[in-house]
Design a protein around this ligand. Structure first.
Ligand SMILES: [Ca+2]
Ligand SMILES: [Ca+2]
Length: 868
């Protein structure tokens, strides 16, 4: 009888559980910083049965491992491959936090809460721990090159002022009903949401987090945390929590139930060689292939030789643990298939003791009679806040850093929160398997299962896909002077590039492009250059990537990370990097070149981290420079046009003693010359600096190297650029019949910039970009057409480290040589010169757009040779 009763009770329980399980799928919102491991986690979620786990939305965390414009399109492409264009995607936003602590709608999350001001430009207190170029954001933005070579491209994309923001998506999806949040980046978006929408908290059933480390020991050094670029000052924090400690505090202390998968657990699931090899043998879906390719590149570019001991499943493990907990909610204490769980009382450290001080490090308290957000004057947020990697406060004489910002510390008392925490990964129940963790089995099974699988990759999508490189044949043609174009990939630089490519090759022979990523775009945007060159049939032009840090800006101990002292003037959001990185949403209309950024694939081609095979990876600026020098005839020289900060040129001069003797002359677009100080410069977001021009300001030390060199320098200053800033004029001039593809594209870009300028104040500086075409026009147009006149002056540039003066041009009688400055030109003819050039059928595009390319790849027997 008792048995029967027990049976009856168990069955009833099972029926109830089944009813709960079938009643509704778990709605999930994923907030991610789009690191590699993040999309592993995302694909794992997308592969689960949608009637059980329904990934409703993805919001992008924009202040960590990837950049908004690149990461949002990366996510769109993965979702397109997976047939999930229904998943909402939110990124960015323009709102700010006012001085009185009022949080405006749509804060973009580009800046941690403590430094969030009125816009999207700002310092990089925590983010400076993340490498900017190789090994960091460049790798993630491009996914080592696979984002472009593997993922198909659908119709969803970033578009200015049309892209849903992170906060909009959060509000919509959380208002719609009960939902669980998965947080696998810094907590800025979620904290801002919770602080501004307390009435919607009730809809958030649970927050699952990858982040923190309580009792963790880093396998490389015994530290709690994993900030490998910042161990010396902060050995405690984990990257996600360090990305915005104050935000993480808000989330953990929100009152919503929290489950944490911290380093304690992830450190017990290193990616073993056995797992790696098993994965290599099991790639039965596009998504499994994409993940494996990525993982392999992560291994091959790992910073040391201990990949198998120091690379872990972080976010992906969290997605497994969390969904397993949700599946087993009838069990107690978070019991699940993949991790041991424990309750602990913790908090997140946001400032360092002693509390109640005011030392200039804490914007929530310093100089305020009422602390921001009404925080308690001597409370846990009122201490010293770590200012950066080299914060002197954080160093102790014993060599062990003392800063704990972002640490998830075990505490008791009123300021602690009880959270459920994963402590270790469970062993594989099958002892005979080579996979030693239960989650490895699930991960491979789920990614390879036929359900919910990806439809195609970039090439298999098209029945007649063919990779073509377009290279012109200049045999027998007389070639003009050798020109190298150095650009920072602002919108105007692309217009200037179109123009340069249209100038007859007998006038100029554009040999190479150098990319200076210390200005208006992130390094990954180099792919837009490749695509534009492909469109114009110029896959022969080599492209070299410059250093991501300005002169004296990288960390002396670790050159992969460094300061954003000057770069912080550029907004991350609208009108700034978000738009440059996507060419205002239009980059994806360019045909896709087989050339692209690719990380060096070291292991496959020899010794670890071998740099002897530049042909197999993205060449560096200096390598490209050397190859140009080698390629020219003895006695001939090179003309350089720079359209961005002078970082790359200065670094070439410093690295190559012979460079100045082989450079004929340098045309520099930039510099503001106004001896009377009537006209201001154009440095935005640094109100104290009235008279500098952006290209000089962004790397003043590099500018000084160039000004002090023996080079023959011609400046195209801001005052001249300002004469050619009439959008309606140039748009109208481009409005002719039978437009070339390049004229059509340029007109669309200019029209979009002009409309944005009229619609929204974040775009008020669009003139700056229009003026950027001038350098290319002056360099290549004969004297009679524009009738330019120049004056020579002994000029120098301020470069002392004082941002209120750096980048300003001064008359310097001590300067041995003179700088030539464009003084006047026929600016009324200028628009005709530009438009006529783009209208010319000669040296025109060989393939007009991505759509045209898709048509060719979808149709048999269309000629793919170059049109003459
Ligand atoms: Ca992440
Ligand atoms: Ca530029």
């Amino acid at each position: 009888m008792e048995m029967l009763w027990l049976w009856w009770r168990t069955s009833l329980f099972a029926v109830i559980i089944a009813a709960v399980a079938t009643a509704r799928p778990y709605r999930i919102l994923l907030d991610t910083d789009v690191d590699s491991d993040d999309f592993f986690a995302m694909l794992y979620l997308l592969k689960l049965n949608k009637s059980e786990f329904d990934l409703q939305a993805i919001t992008i965390n924009t202040n960590e491992w990837s950049d908004g414009g690149h990461s949002v399109n990366h996510i769109y492409d993965i979702l397109y491959m997976m047939g999930r264009d229904d998943v909402a995607v939110g990124v960015g936003g323009e709102g700010g936090i006012l001085e009185d602590g009022t949080i405006q709608p749509n804060v973009g999350g580009y800046i941690p809460i403590i430094d969030q001001g009125s816009g999207t430009a700002g310092p990089c207190r925590y983010r400076q721990t993340i490498p900017v170029g190789a090994g960091g954001r460049l790798y993630k933005d491009t996914n080592f090159g696979y984002r472009k070579s593997f993922l198909p491209q659908g119709s969803r994309r970033y578009s200015p002022l049309e892209q849903p923001t992170a906060q909009q998506v959060l509000i919509k999806k959380i208002s719609d009903g009960p939902i669980s949040l998965f947080v696998i980046g810094a907590h800025t978006n979620i904290a801002i949401f919770l602080m501004t929408n307390p009435h919607l908290k009730k809809n958030i059933e649970h927050i699952y987090i990858m982040g923190g480390g309580v009792n963790s020991k880093n396998p490389n050094g015994g530290n709690h945390g994993n900030l490998y670029t910042c161990f010396k000052s902060n050995p405690y924090a984990e990257f996600n929590f360090f990305g915005d400690p104050f935000a993480a505090y808000q989330v953990i202390h929100s009152g919503i139930p929290v489950t944490l998968v911290p380093l304690d657990a992830t450190n017990t699931i290193p990616i073993t060689q056995n797992f790696f090899e098993e994965f290599e043998r099991n790639q039965h879906t596009y998504e499994a292939q994409y993940v494996f390719k990525t993982l392999k590149m992560v291994r091959d570019t790992w910073f040391d030789n201990h990949f198998y001991e120091s690379c872990f499943m972080w976010d992906s493990f969290m997605s497994g643990v969390s969904t397993s907990i949700m599946r087993n909610l009838h069990k107690r204490n978070g019991e699940n298939e993949f991790a041991e769980m424990e309750y602990m009382n913790i908090t997140v450290i946001t400032s360092n003791k002693p509390y109640g001080i005011s030392d200039g490090s804490n914007t929530l308290f310093d100089g305020r009679s009422v602390p921001k957000f009404n925080l308690s004057k001597n409370g846990v947020h009122s201490g010293h806040v770590q200012t950066g990697i080299q914060d002197p406060f954080c160093f102790q004489s014993n060599g062990i850093g003392k800063c704990k910002d972002g640490y998830t510390e075990k505490v008791s008392g009123p300021d602690s929160v009880r959270v459920l925490l994963a402590t270790r990964a469970k062993q594989n129940r099958d002892n005979s398997s080579s996979l030693d963790r239960e989650f490895f089995v699930s991960f491979l099974k789920v990614l390879n299962q036929p359900q919910n699988q990806g439809r195609f990759n970039f090439t298999s999508q098209f029945p007649y896909y063919k990779e073509v490189l377009y290279k012109p044949d200049f045999k027998g043609e007389e070639l003009g002077k050798t020109v190298v174009f150095d650009m920072d990939m602002s919108a105007g630089d692309f217009l200037a590039l179109f123009y340069l490519l249209k100038v007859p090759v007998k006038t100029i022979n554009l040999k190479a492009i150098l990319v200076t990523p210390t200005g208006w775009a992130n390094a990954a945007t180099i792919d837009v250059i490749y695509d534009l060159l492909h469109m114009m049939g110029r896959d022969d032009i080599i492209v070299g990537l410059g250093d991501p840090f300005g002169l004296n800006q990288s960390d002396p101990n670790n050159p992969s990370v460094g300061s954003c002292k000057y770069l912080q003037a550029i907004p991350h959001g609208s009108g700034g990097l978000l738009d440059s990185d996507t060419l205002f949403g239009l980059a994806r209309d360019l045909p896709r070149s087989p050339r692209r950024y690719t990380a060096e694939n070291s292991v496959e081609f020899g010794a670890p981290r071998n740099t002897d095979h530049p042909q197999l990876r993205q060449p560096l600026a200096l390598e490209v420079w050397k190859s140009v020098v080698k390629s020219i005839d003895i006695g001939s020289k090179i003309t350089i046009l720079t359209n961005g900060p002078l970082t790359t040129l200065a670094k070439i001069l410093l690295a190559d003693a012979n460079a100045s003797s082989i450079i004929q002359d340098v045309f520099i677009l930039g510099g503001h010359i106004d001896y009377t100080r009537h006209d201001n410069g154009n440095v935005i977001n640094v109100p104290s600096n009235k008279y500098a021009e952006m290209n000089m300001f962004l790397d003043p030390f590099a500018a000084k190297v160039v000004f002090d060199s023996v080079l023959d320098v011609t400046l195209i200053p801001l005052s001249m650029q300002r004469k050619v800033c009439l959008f309606p004029h140039i748009i109208k001039k481009l409005d002719f019949e039978n437009k070339t593809s390049e004229a059509h594209f340029s007109q669309r870009l200019l029209t979009r910039m002009y409309q944005l300028q009229q619609r929204n104040h974040r775009y008020q500086h669009m003139d700056t970009f229009l003026g950027e075409i001038l350098g290319a026009v002056i360099l290549t147009t004969d004297q009679r057409t524009l009738n330019p006149t120049f004056e020579a002056k002994p000029l120098n540039v301020e470069a002392t480290g004082d941002t209120s003066r750096d980048g300003q041009i001064i008359v310097d009688p001590k300067q041995r040589k003179s700088i030539k400055v464009l003084k006047r030109f026929d600016h009324l003819s200028y628009y005709d010169v530009f438009a006529d050039r783009l209208a010319d059928a000669k040296q025109s595009a060989v393939i007009g757009s991505f759509n045209e390319q898709k048509r060719i790849w979808s149709t048999p027997q269309i000629r793919t040779e170059i049109k003459s």
